[in-house]
Write a protein that binds this ligand. Structure first.
Ligand SMILES: [Fe+2]
Length: 242
């Protein structure tokens, strides 16, 4: 499997409030390996409005973290590869940051994992997404189903897909831990073949671990035979440019 959304790198480099602790990163990678994950896409939060002029420094740290983490995993013979990326908060200056080369793509492709504002659908969101597309990037909307909770229901997943964007979904949303609306929205995406990738959105080894295989049955029941393979391998493989 490819885990398209994972915060493991915060335990390797100080890209977040969390204190780095390599032993936790190793623990998470072992859980992923045992679960059948072969590629983790590293997607730490990139929040330009909080970082201000520290964006270049943090982006640099993020890619350094990927290199370091791969070395750590090789040293311990953990059969998981980590590729770069970020969970990029949607802000008005994204097109500017993109043209300055400051937005980490998912792997080697031209895809950007974008977190839409959950409290309100910012008026500029559509414009920003479109401008990123004009620069040749494909926005992948992070855990799209979680927007079911927000006052943004006017965004139809079909519209975004039709406009060339992709939708990532969290496997944990299927457990209903984010509420019934989010669970229903996730089921809708799987039933209608609208998900381009699955993520664990792992934050730690305990309450948000990097496991995804448990969702195979549910996803195949919703999307039919082959659905799980499609969103945990075929589609994300193309997203990371392999
Ligand atoms: Fe996340």
């Amino acid at each position: 499997m490819i885990d398209l959304h994972n915060h493991i790198v915060r335990y390797v480099v100080p890209v977040h409030r969390t204190e780095p602790d390599v032993s936790i990163a190793v623990q998470m990678a072992r859980i992923a390996e045992e679960d059948g994950v072969r590629i983790i896409v590293s997607t730490p939060h990139l929040r330009p409005d909080r970082l201000g002029d520290r964006v270049p420094e943090i982006v640099e740290l993020m890619s350094e973290g990927v290199v370091r983490l791969n070395q750590i995993l090789r040293d311990r013979e953990i059969d998981v590869e980590v590729v770069g990326g970020a969970e990029i908060q949607l802000t008005e200056d994204l097109p500017e940051l993109a043209s300055a080369g400051l937005l980490p793509t998912l792997g080697d492709g031209r895809h950007l994992l974008i977190e839409l504002p959950i409290a309100s659908y910012a008026g500029y969101a559509e414009q920003v997404l479109f401008e990123l597309q004009l620069q040749g990037f494909t926005p992948v909307i992070a855990h799209f189903e979680r927007l079911a909770d927000a006052p943004v229901q006017e965004i139809q997943p079909e519209d975004l897909v039709q406009r060339g964007m992709k939708l990532q979904t969290n496997c944990r949303s299927l457990k209903g831990k984010r509420g019934r609306e989010v669970k229903r929205a996730a089921e809708y995406l799987h039933r209608n073949n609208l998900a381009a990738g699955l993520g664990s959105d792992a934050h730690n080894p305990d309450s948000a671990p990097p496991r995804m295989s448990w969702s195979r049955k549910t996803i195949e029941r919703l999307g039919g035979p082959g659905a799980f393979e499609r969103i945990t391998w075929e589609r994300p493989l193309a997203i990371i440019g392999r």
